[in-house]
Ligand binder design. Sequence first.
Ligand code: GCO
Length: 482
Amino acid sequence: EDPSSLPSNFLFGTASSSYQFEGAYKSDGKGPSNWDVFAHEPGNIIDGSNGDIAVDHYHRYLEDIRLMESLGVNSYRFSISWARILPKGRFAEVNMAGIHYYNRLIDSLLQKGIQPFVTLTHFDIPQELEDRYGGWLSPKSQEDFGYFADICFKYFGDRVKYWVTFNEPNIQATLAYRWGLFPPAHCSAPFGNCTVGNSETEPFIAAHNMILSHATAVNIYRTKYQKEQDGIIGIVIHAAWFEPISNSSADKLAAERAMSFFMSWFLDPIIFGKYPTDMIKILGPILPKFSRSDQEKLKNGLDFIGVNHYTSFYVKDCILSICEPGKGITKTEGYYEQNSKKNGVPIGQPTDLEWLNVYPQGMENMVTYVKERYNNTPMFITENGYGEEDDLQLKDKKPLDDLKRVEYMAGYLSALVSAVRKGADVRGYFAWSLLDNFEWEFGYTQRFGLYHVDFTTLKRTPKLSASSYKRFITEHNVRTII
Ligand code: GCO
């Protein structure tokens, strides 16, 4: 596809997050985050690693900005470490050294013509909030998040014009409170055996507080800052594409339910002021309710939708069909089962990672779906990328010749261009990620970078995908100048 079909002011960038990149986990007054605590507990991260040092972006951001410059990107998506700004949430002073770090980062980016695209929280929160009242399970979290967001708008909003409140709250609510794989590691049988939690109810309680926290931050931005600072604010959702496994109407309805239970769970309340109808019907009293004043607060709740899209799944109905125990059979999962395969055949080219199949058509389908469901609200593809198992374990592989990543990006970018041609209002694309980094419960065993990182020396080396992304961006720019 011809990159010139993209708008001339299109943002091209790479994405990152504070815990996965920064390191410096207790430097310059930073407080402990929930991820610091979780990763330090033996058994939680498969290679026993943590983000104490990560890729040391905190100290190497200037070098990393030079890498961005050589890619030719005009934007950088990163997140703020809440515990670096507020080591104890709103229960202690602002840590000015943390403010200074992000000021240096933002100013250095702008000097190179790179727009900061800033996420307020990408999974990591001050541990203090967990300890005091159970983090997102408590409605008190709303006030905390508003307090934090206000500080960020106040100190950085003169220069930051793109704000994201939450990164993938749908993943966070599910992994932290249904599967126990993210802090605070809550779950119950048959989803897992944690010491605390309730997999059937807590994901919805945490999500409810996140949705209202989002609304709190957006209202603060709208009333105190937006007019003067002239930026926009949105939320980032993990948006896999769900393909019905057969033509039966039951499977088609199941795929619709998958969309509701996964993505629209967050987007519908923020855009329409209520949960999706199929969720309300199926979950009944399990789903918390929005009061009148909540609904008022929610309306007009975003300027753009951030879509993280990587892969697609087949979806099978579990109301009329028999599903495997523990996979979609309960009402809290929406009575659908997701699978990467149909009759043993994967939906797209398989990768090293079980959840990741290469199916570029899913990008076009997803973008079109979001466009139609949400009246063509402006969108950014806030993440898209290809992951591989660590090359140290696969000795014969040449880590820098990442042809599969090159092909993945070419396919997905061309599917994106095609959706834009057909009228989707997509304004930017961020590759996950600039560098190999800390991949949550998988530690350093999975690599998503356009640049290879030697995790011992922290040396960065470009892969083939870095030059192919650069070429795509250059072609786009050349056409738009002519
Ligand atoms: C997110 C993602 C990233 C991952 C990436 C690769 O929440 O934005 O989980 O942090 O590193 O999706 O799996």
